[in-house]
Design a protein around this ligand. Structure first.
Ligand code: TXA
Ligand code: MG
Length: 356
C-alpha cells in the first residue's frame, strides 16, 4: 500500500524555515521556492533521503539530482576537479540560475548522481532557498518539485497538486521569478557544453569563457535523440491535451489557428490557444489564454508551465500555441515548449511540415 505522509503547507517564514531544516536533517523532504522553479529538497549526502525524492516524484532512478549549495567554498568537498572556465562562470553567474556539472568526490553518494561519476551543482540566489539549504545542512539535492513528466511548478499550489501526501513539507514563497529551470553547463570535460538551455543564454556564457557548444540532441525529437543530461530524454512538461506549435508570420499563424480551432470545435473538441497580450484579441474561438507579452520575454518564460497546468485543469482536448523565438530566452522557452508538444510543429510559409 502506498505510504501517505501528512504534508505541512506553510508560508515561508523564520519558524517554518527552521522546521524545514530539522526535517531535512532527519532525512525528510521539503519543497521550497527558488528563482527558477520550486525544488523538492532532501539531504544530498544521505542516500536514503535522496531515494525518497525518486519515490515521491515517480522519477526514473537513472535521472541524477542537482546538489544545491550557498557558498563557493562548499563546492570543494563534493567535487574532485574545478576547471578555470568553471571558476569564471561561477564568479560571474553564482548565485543564480546556472547549474554546473563537475567530476564528483567520494562524499557524494551514487544515489544522488543516478550512478554517474559526475555531480550537478547549483547555487541559487532566492533568499528562501538559501535559508532552507543552510538550515538543512548545506548540501540539498533538489529536482523540480513536480510529479515526473508534469510541468515544473512555479507556484506552491502546483507543488500541492502533485506532491501533497507524498512529502513532509511545502514552503510557500509566492510565484517564482524566472519560471524555467536553470541553464546546465557541463564543465567536467575540456569543451564546456550546454546540456539544458535556461535564463543564462549561450551568448551570455560565451562572453565569459568563449565559444560554448550546445548539446545537439536537444534540438531533435526526444524519441530519436540521446541528450547528455539524462533528464532531457524523458517526455517532459507534457500537458494531457495534444499540443501543437504553429509557426510563421504572425497574421498567418493567427488565421491558421482560427481555422484549426473551428475544425476542432466542429468535431466536438474543446480547444485551447496559447496567445500573447498582443494577439489574444485576434482569436475568434476556443479558450484563449495569454502567456505574457512579446515585449517582456521573461513574462512568457514565467507563465509557460502554469498555462500548461491551467489547460490540464480545463480538460481541453487540443492546444495550439504560437512560437516564441524571443531574442534572449527564446532557446530555453522553445526547448520546453517543443518538449511539451512532443516536437509537433505546424510550419507556415516556406517550410511546410503540415498543411492546414
Ligand atoms: O532550476 C533548477 O535547476 C531546478 C531548481 C529546483 O533548482 N532544479 C531542476 O532539477 O530543474 P531537475 O532534477 O528537475 O533537473 C535536473 C537536470 C536533469 O535533466 C538531469 O538529468 C540533469 O539535470 N543532471 C543532473 N545531474 C547530472 C549529471 N551529473 N550529468 C548530466 N546531467 C545531469
Ligand atoms: Mg525537473
Amino acid at each position: 500500500m502506498e505510504n501517505i505522509i501528512y504534508t505541512i503547507c506553510a508560508k515561508a517564514d523564520e519558524a517554518s524555515i527552521r522546521q524545514a531544516g530539522q526535517i531535512l536533517k532527519r532525512g525528510g523532504l521539503v519543497a521550497f521556492p527558488t528563482e527558477t522553479v520550486y525544488g523538492l529538497g532532501a539531504d544530498a549526502l544521505n542516500e536514503d533521503a535522496a531515494a525518497k525524492i525518486y519515490a515521491a516524484k515517480g522519477r526514473p532512478s537513472d535521472n541524477p539530482l542537482i546538489v544545491h549549495i550557498t557558498e563557493r567554498k562548499m563546492l570543494d568537498a563534493i567535487v574532485s576537479e574545478v576547471s578555470p572556465q568553471a571558476e569564471l562562470l561561477m564568479e560571474k553567474f553564482w548565485p543564480g540560475p546556472m547549474t554546473l556539472i563537475f567530476k564528483k568526490s567520494d562524499l557524494v553518494p551514487y544515489g544522488t548522481t543516478g550512478g554517474l561519476d559526475t555531480v550537478a551543482v547549483r547555487m541559487p540566489s532566492h533568499p528562501i532557498a538559501r535559508a532552507v539549504i543552510d538550515a538543512g545542512g548545506g548540501y540539498i539535492a533538489a529536482p523540480s518539485a513536480n510529479t515526473s513528466g508534469r510541468p515544473s511548478p512555479t507556484k506552491a499550489s502546483h507543488v500541492e497538486e502533485d506532491l501533497c501526501g507524498k512529502i513532509d513539507m511545502i514552503l510557500d514563497g509566492g510565484e517564482v521569478d524566472i519560471g524555467l529551470e536553470s541553464t546546465i553547463v557541463d564543465v567536467s570535460t575540456d569543451q564546456p557544453m550546454i546540456l539544458r538551455p535556461g535564463y543564462i543564454s549561450q551568448a551570455m556564457l560565451k562572453e565569459v569563457i568563449g565559444p560554448v557548444e550546445i548539446d545537439r540532441a536537444l534540438l531533435l525529437d526526444s524519441s530519436k535523440a540521446h541528450p547528455k543530461a539524462p533528464g532531457m530524454k524523458y517526455k517532459h512538461y507534457a500537458p494531457k491535451a495534444d499540443l501543437k506549435i504553429v509557426e510563421g508570420r504572425e497574421d498567418e499563424v493567427i488565421a491558421a489557428i482560427n481555422r484549426l480551432v473551428e475544425q476542432g470545435n466542429k468535431a466536438g473538441e474543446k480547444v485551447g490557444v496559447i496567445a500573447t497580450e498582443e494577439t489574444k484579441g485576434l482569436y475568434e474561438g476556443g479558450i484563449v489564454k495569454s502567456i505574457g507579452s512579446r515585449k517582456d520575454e521573461l513574462s512568457i518564460a514565467r507563465h509557460l508551465f502554469g498555462i500548461l497546468r491551467d489547460f490540464d485543469e480545463l480538460k481541453v482536448d487540443r492546444i495550439y500555441s504560437e512560437a516564441f523565438d524571443t531574442p534572449r530566452m527564446g532557446q530555453a522557452i522553445m526547448n520546453r515548449l517543443m518538449k511539451a508538444a512532443g516536437h509537433q510543429v505546424i510550419s507556415l510559409g516556406e517550410k511546410k511540415d503540415e498543411k492546414v
